[in-house]
Design a protein around this ligand. Structure first.
Ligand code: NAP
Length: 206
């Protein structure tokens, strides 16, 4: 595939570009050219850049896979629907994080009292993380979310459930950004077959 990439020099972008190219994809830096002739686009940039980037893709009718977090999901869904273009966003492209969210949803049915601790590197701009917000929404019990930003961290989350005489902790650790490559490849393979608008969450593709 010919892939328009926004954020090629970012911490995640650099790892993804290597991963996509190793699978034979042609990756183009969207800071230099327009997405017009591309099969799909990928955006791993920053919350205040993603809207303009995706709008360029919608104008060129190029489906976009969005990894950037902290943007207005409903507004982007409306614009993609109006343009008739399928887009996909996962707050977390790591398969283990998707399973963590699924298990937390299950545990919340038994343990209504829980809190989420999400930990990321100090450069992460949004808080709470998109993964923590998505986990809380799926649990449906309005858990308190604690955000930690420190050097040395990549992306980690604990969901701690408390009941009489016991606790249950579900934890996921992303130790390398390579964890996002399989999920992004899956989304790129499927995005063009999705309905117009923004499909959210890797669960929808697994
Ligand atoms: P990062 O290292 O700061 O990289 C962001 C990159 O985007 C930088 O290279 C920056 O270039 C570039 N950029 C900024 N504005 C741009 C624009 N308008 N057009 C094209 N490129 C632009 O951040 P990161 O750690 O890679 O994370 C990027 C985003 O992905 C964040 O929102 C993060 O929360 C999210 N994320 C999502 C997942 C997931 O699974 N969904 C996983 C990890 C991270 P300059 O430095 O030259 O400005």
């Amino acid at each position: 595939m010919r892939i328009a990439f926004f954020g090629v020099r970012g911490k995640v972008g650099a790892v993804l570009v290597a991963g996509l190219e190793s699978q034979g994809h042609d990756v183009l830096d969207m800071r230099d050219i327009a997405p017009d002739d591309c099969d799909a686009a990928v955006d791993f940039t920053r919350p205040d850049a993603v809207d303009a980037n995706v709008d360029r893709c919608l104008a060129a009718r190029v489906p976009a896979v969005i990894g950037t977090t902290g943007f207005d999901v409903d507004a982007l869904d409306a614009r993609a629907k109006a343009a008739g273009v399928p887009c996909f966003h996962a707050p977390n492209f790591a398969y283990g994080a998707v399973l963590m969210m699924r298990f937390a949803e299950e545990a919340a049915k038994v343990f209504p009292q829980a809190e989420i601790v999400e930990l990321h590197g100090e450069a992460k701009r949004d808080a709470p993380s998109g993964t923590a917000k998505a986990t809380a929404a799926r649990m449906g019990t309005d858990p308190i979310i604690h955000s930690v930003r420190l050097p040395g961290l990549v992306a980690h989350q604990e969901v701690i459930f408390g009941g009489p005489g016991e606790t249950l902790t579900i934890r996921h650790d992303t130790t390398s950004r390579e964890a996002f490559v399989p999920g992004v490849l899956l989304a790129l393979g499927r995005v063009r077959d999705l309905p117009p608008g923004l499909t959210v969450g890797l669960d929808a593709l697994l």
